[in-house]
Ligand binder design. Structure first.
Ligand code: NAD
Length: 490
């Protein structure tokens, strides 16, 4: 922790520009979601700070992009070592900033953040470009890939360091320099990472982090003429604004957006495995993962049994103090978000749906110090129509709707009947059916008899309103580089 940052009760963060921490004149309050208390003051950066960061990144670009992939790879690996050496500090900070359990941050967020650097440090060493012979014309064509320049990276609050590093790592591995803006609600671990960049060997200006809100800092980055590329993860509504704001500059855009992900459960599924995985896919990280299941379609013959066992399992998914290892869920990100998520449960009741467990049904008992926190129990709802907002809109909280189906074709069409297309899960022991259904689902990722299994080499991303472009080993390499064809007459 930098010396000036720790005040009596809260942290004061600073931007990281050109290899230095730079104080900002204005700040935003950021709260610990598990208590509602002030956790830190986040710089409220605007065009001036963003401009300074872009200038630093632009100055650093010629030298950084001229280094060999192996040299850059060494720096990325060293940063991964440094994050791992301070794993528990990062875990505690991510949990306090986001509300997630320390267990989740320890098992998922922070190890994956370090691994993002290791993965791209390795994968960047193994790409080949193309060559085409035109012997009849005495010509040889080949492609090269060049870094784009200053990359603008914008990330959300649900997996703060994990998603930010998933962008920074490929961007710098391929020779770009970056200006990154984390979510104003979860800035602490990004700021902690800045304290390690110099020791890792990043020259000043290669990684710049500017903190602040979307409409001020984010917008200044998106509309900066010297930032030719924007990689954004967040909501579909924000993506629309970013697309409009970047259009006059014809920027290269990658958009990883929201989801309304279905689970389709056929009668021949392995019930044990299916229930425990669907509980995890519905409620992990308080349901605040873009890949979380929020619509569960169950074949009618097993529907009553499934529903009662699913509700019973949801009640076992414990919510409470994020530091307590007995809890599966911590707090939701903010008071406003909690109210929004609870609003969907209230809407379900007005529509005549049945709330089986959780919000309004079960009592949530919290330790005294967490009583001002933004907690909500896993909530299972049935009797909702497919056209209801509960089945159409991304809730992004611990709420899932369960509904019966009769026919394969029917469930495919209902699963596809939303504007999103990020991920889906299919549960069946019939191999032919699994392939058939997976092929017809409109989703960038389909998991069958599992959830969240990821090979980072493979493309990640959504179709329809869930995004444009893909991220992953080869896909990120392509996004963060420009391809050029060189034709040589010989
Ligand atoms: P959000 O869109 O509100 O904010 C995301 C980021 O964009 C933040 O850093 C925010 O400050 C910034 N931003 C907001 N307005 C901006 C503007 N006008 N210009 C530039 N930047 C702006 O999203 P959120 O609430 O932080 O995150 C939740 C959303 O993210 C959900 O929809 C979730 O599904 C999605 N998400 C998607 C993925 C994925 O990989 N597909 C992963 C995680 C989260």
């Amino acid at each position: 922790m930098s010396k000036e940052a720790k005040h009596t009760n809260y942290l004061v963060l600073e931007n990281y520009i050109g290899g230095k921490f730079v104080p900002c004149g204005k700040h935003l309050d950021s709260f610990d979601p598990s208590t509602g208390e002030l956790y830190c003051k986040v710089p409220d950066s605007g065009p001036e700070e963003v401009d300074a960061a872009v200038k630093a990144a632009k100055d650093a670009f010629p030298d950084w992009s001229a280094k060999s992939p192996a040299e850059r790879s060494q720096v990325l690996n060293k940063l991964a070592d440094l994050i791992e050496a301070r794993l528990e500090e990062f875990v505690q900070a991510e949990s306090k900033d986001q509300g997630k359990t320390a267990t989740f941050a320890r098992n998922v967020d922070i190890p994956r953040s370090a691994y993002n650097f290791r993965f791209f440090a390795s994968s960047v060493l193994h790409h080949l470009t193309e060559c085409s012979q035109m012997d009849h014309m005495g010509c040889l064509n080949y492609t090269i890939r060049c870094p784009v320049g200053v990359a603008g990276l914008i990330s959300p609050w649900n997996l703060p360091l994990y998603l930010l590093t998933w962008k920074i790592a490929p961007a710098v591995a391929t020779g770009n320099t970056v200006v990154a803006k984390p979510s104003e609600m979860t800035s602490v671990t990004a700021w902690m990472m800045c304290q390690l960049l110099e020791e890792a060997g990043f020259p000043p200006g290669v990684v710049n982090i500017v903190f602040g809100t979307g409409p001020r800092a984010g917008d200044a980055l998106v509309s900066h003429p010297d930032v030719p590329l924007i990689s954004f993860t967040g909501s579909t509504a924000t993506a629309r604004v970013i697309t409009e704001r970047s259009a006059p500059f014809c920027k290269k855009l990658s958009l990883e957006l929201g989801g309304k992900n279905p689970a389709i459960i056929f009668a021949d599924a392995d019930m044990e495995q299916c229930i425990s995985t669907t509980i995890q896919s519905s409620f992990s990280n308080q349901g605040e993962i873009c890949l979380c299941t929020s619509r569960v379609f169950v074949e009618r013959s097993i529907y009553p049994v499934f529903l009662s066992r699913f509700v019973e399992a949801a009640r076992q998914w414990k919510t409470g103090a994020p530091s307590d290892p007995a809890n599966n869920n911590g707090a939701l990100i903010s008071k406003e978000h909690l109210e929004k998520v609870k609003g969907y449960v209230a809407l379900a009741l007005t529509e005549g749906a049945q709330v089986h467990c959780g919000e309004g049904v079960d009592k949530l008992t919290l330790p005294q110090r967490n009583e001002g926190g933004y907690f909500m129990l896993p909530t299972v709802i049935s009797g909702v129509t497919d056209s209801s907002a509960l089945m159409q809109e991304e809730i992004f909280g611990p709420v899932t709707c369960v509904t019966p189906f009769d026919k394969e074709e029917e469930v495919i069409s209902r699963a596809n009947g939303v504007r999103y297309g990020l991920s889906a899960t299919v549960w069946s022991r019939d191999v032919g059916r699994v392939h058939r259904v997976a092929r017809k689902l409109q989703a960038g990722l389909v998991w069958t008899n599992c959830w969240l299994v990821r090979d980072l080499n493979l493309p990640f991303g959504g179709m329809k309103s869930s995004g444009i472009g893909r991220e992953g080993g080869k896909d990120s390499y392509h996004f963060f580089t420009e391809v050029k064809v060189i034709a040589v007459k010989h």
